[in-house]
Design a protein around this ligand. Structure first.
Ligand code: NIG
Ligand code: FE
Length: 400
């Protein structure tokens, strides 16, 4: 058994209201004990010695000790939406968009071509690079979707590679209709709910669909999600990204863990979300990178909806992997307070993945921690673009 005491924490965010103030459960002048990768105790620094004795962990002087130097410590970010397995990039498409072009779902097909042309080794190396990039920015849990293969073999390959990097793998064979099925979308859905699902389900936890004009209709989306559920996967949905639609209500009806984007929501959508266990996941990098209007996170929170923030890292609509950046935009342009945005990027992401072991720092949680180079998490929004992540631990091990 190895125990480490992290002390001199100027401000500790636990996301456990029973441990500190507010929904973020904040403590000042705090300390935290990590035993075998889990949080064993958390409280005021002055109480640490007594807690260590009570837990039978030996004298304080015998423990490994680390100092946070008075800085702020938060739970590691839980990024519940990414597309990290792909070939190529679409910088030219972004450049054209900044010159006035609009974002179109069809751009996904060019990444499909580049992804199919890449070798396993190329995709694996790229993915490892992204994981290191995420870690350095404080993300300790990440969900990864397939969706740039769109054939049985190619989707199977992408979920298999994603599973090498995370337990949170999503089968997104229904991302768009590939070029070879143009005009035959129902036949493509047959493939997705048949052999493609059979090939992908063993390596996936989640099933997702892009329910949007230009991608899949509500009825097609219902088929995909229902088949995934029957195969033992849990549903999550991309909806209301490019315009209003019925995808959010479908997600709620099917008990999806999360519905993501939520850029265009009707009052009915918001009411359905508020009475449900479905998290609304906001993706600030998408509106930033596509120049679409920012949805109001305030409206969702005021209605009682659980909100998460994720990066949606992908080469088309949002090529940021920075949760601090997404927090800054959510505060600046979506009406969240810094505390709400931090909660959404940690506990909210955990809720969107139906996880209780991450996104919080109560006793028993994984010791996934971020020490900021700042006295408060408010600096994440106050100092946008500044690298404020000092140290990152995953399961109690220093990873960045
Ligand atoms: O979440 N909305 C669909 N899929 C991605 C975009 C993928 C792409 O443009 O390559 C998203 O925004
Ligand atoms: Fe996405």
């Amino acid at each position: 058994m190895t125990t480490t005491l992290l002390s001199d924490i100027g401000l500790l965010v636990t996301n456990d209201p029973s441990l500190g103030t507010g929904a973020t459960g904040e403590l000042t002048d705090a300390a935290l004990l990590v035993t075998d990768g889990r949080v064993a105790w958390v409280g005021a620094a002055v109480d640490a010695a007594a807690a260590i004795a009570e837990l039978g962990l030996g004298p304080l002087s015998a423990l490994a000790r680390l100092s946070a130097g008075g800085a702020c410590v938060i739970p590691g970010f839980v990024d519940s939406h990414s597309h990290l397995v792909f070939g190529g990039d679409r910088a030219a498409e972004f450049e054209a968009r900044m010159a006035g072009r609009s974002y179109e779902a069809g751009g996904i097909r060019s990444t499909v071509a580049a992804t199919r042309a890449a070798t396993d080794e190329e995709l694996r190396a790229r993915l490892a690079g992204f994981i290191a990039e995420l870690r350095a920015q404080g993300t300790t849990t990440v969900e990864i979707k397939s969706g740039y293969g769109l054939s049985v073999e190619s989707e199977e390959r992408l979920v298999r590679l994603a599973a090498e990097a995370t337990d949170e793998v999503t089968f997104l064979g229904a991302h768009v209709v590939p070029a070879e099925y143009a005009g035959r979308s129902d036949e493509y859905v047959d493939l997705v709910v048949g052999p493609m699902l059979t090939a992908c389900a063993p390596n996936a936890k989640w099933v997702d669909v892009f329910c949007e004009t230009g991608a899949f209709t509500v009825e097609q989306s219902r088929r995909v999600l229902s088949a995934g559920i029957a195969a033992g996967l849990l549903p999550r949905v991309h909806a209301s990204q490019l315009g209003p639609g019925d995808g959010v209500r479908l997600a709620v009806e099917l008990g999806a863990a999360s519905v993501d984007h939520c850029t265009y929501l009707s009052d009915e959508d918001v009411a359905a979300l508020a009475g449900s266990g479905t998290v609304a996941t906001l993706l600030p990098g998408v509106e930033f990178s596509t120049r679409q209007p920012y949805p109001s996170g305030r409206r969702l929170l005021d209605a009682g909806v659980t909100v998460a923030i994720a990066c949606d890292t992908n080469p088309g609509s949002s090529f940021t992997s920075s949760m601090p950046f997404c927090i800054a935009v959510a505060v600046r342009d979506m009406g969240l307070t810094p505390a709400e945005a931090l909660w959404a990027a940690t506990a909210g992401g955990a809720a969107a993945l139906r996880r209780t072991d991450v996104g919080r720092l109560g006793v028993g949680a994984r010791a996934d921690l971020v020490q900021l180079r700042a006295p408060s998490y408010v600096h994440l929004a106050y100092r946008p673009g500044v690298p404020l992540v000092e140290r990152v631990w995953k399961d109690g091990v220093l990873v960045a």
